[in-house]
Design a protein around this ligand. Structure first.
Ligand code: C2E
Ligand code: CA
Ligand code: CA
Ligand code: CA
Length: 278
């Protein structure tokens, strides 16, 4: 804590207190939004790079605040992680995702493949995670769910991660390593984690057509995944040229604005009606 000055005030500058106040307010409002079930899930298609067919979707959390409007997940997810809200938020995501899949079924629809959910390090640290997920998604088989974990989550406590990833896969969940290439996984660790897919980080895809360097990294990731029996999913594919180049390099699946932006459930189902028909 800052020392008080002679006049009794703290030596923070104005902008600092403003930023702290906003974070404090945001924590309180996010907490209330979670408790009041006022978050939303949007759905982004994942497609087969060769055929263009829908092979799954990623669920992305959205928060609309009455005063601030849409708040970026890039802002509220790290805040939730820092302020102890990521478990309740993650639980809401699991329940909302299974509610949505059940609703689609009732309407005669089904998502082909799996719905991928993002899991934070703090959720991942729970040795009972597989049981916990099964409880919250009771109405949905594990074979309909994929979990995305970032590379750094695996590396925090690699020994524990090996145990939890095995338990999750044993239970039937597919695992993808998110933002791959931005961390420090060695080939030998990767082999022990036994994930199903590597998601090539958007930062390599963004400039891949101009940068030989980025193409080389993508090529290396695809070769690594092959060696270990994992598939690759490219993030952030925005153009047909990127899609063609990735397909040519042997990448299996893709996600990005070229195929579709994240959409509310009803809009997603309308856009992919043919693929969603049971
Ligand atoms: P992520 O898991 O890497 O998700 C991909 C992000 O890239 C999403 O941002 C998505 O909207 C965006 N994106 C997809 N295609 C394109 C594209 O073609 N171009 C560009 N420029 N961006 C694209 P979003 O929705 O803002 O989410 C940001 C991050 O917040 C996610 O990154 C994820 O780490 C986190 N997040 C979102 N929802 C959840 C959640 O339910 N739980 C947890 N733990 N984290 C979440
Ligand atoms: Ca993700
Ligand atoms: Ca991520
Ligand atoms: Ca990413």
């Amino acid at each position: 804590h800052a020392k008080q000055q002679d006049d009794g005030t703290c030596p923070f500058d104005e902008s600092m207190t403003w930023a702290l106040q906003r974070r404090q307010q945001m924590t309180e409002r996010l907490s209330a939004a979670i408790a009041g079930q006022r978050l939303e899930l949007h759905f982004q298609p994942q497609v087969d790079l060769c055929t263009g067919e829908l092979v799954g979707a990623e669920a992305l959390c959205r928060w609309h605040d009455a005063v601030w409007g849409w708040v970026s997940p890039g802002e509220f997810i790290p805040l939730a992680e820092e302020r102890g809200l990521i478990r309740p938020l993650g639980d809401w995501v699991l329940q909302a995702a299974s509610r949505q899949m059940a609703a689609w079924r009732r309407e005669g629809m089904a998502l082909p493949g799996r719905l991928s959910l993002n899991v934070s390090a703090q959720q991942f640290a729970d040795p009972q995670l597989a049981e916990h997920i099964a409880t919250l998604t009771r109405d949905v088989p594990a074979s309909a769910i994929g979990l995305e974990l970032t590379e750094s989550d695996f590396m925090r406590d690699p020994e524990q991660a090996v145990g939890i990833t095995h338990a999750l896969r044993q239970a039937g969940y597919a695992l993808a390593i998110d933002d791959f290439g931005t961390g420090y996984s060695s080939l030998s660790y990767l082999r022990r984690f036994s994930a199903d897919a590597l998601k090539i980080d958007i930062s390599f895809v963004r400039d891949m057509l101009e940068s030989r360097h980025d193409r080389a990294i993508i090529q290396t990731i695809i070769a690594m995944a092959r060696t270990l029996g994992m598939k690759t999913v490219a993030e952030g594919v925005e153009s047909p040229e990127q899609a063609a180049a990735l397909a040519g390099m042997g990448c299996e699946q893709a996600q990005g604005y070229h195929y579709g932006r994240p959409l509310p459930a009803a809009d997603f189902a309308a856009a992919w009606a043919r693929a969603m028909r049971r």
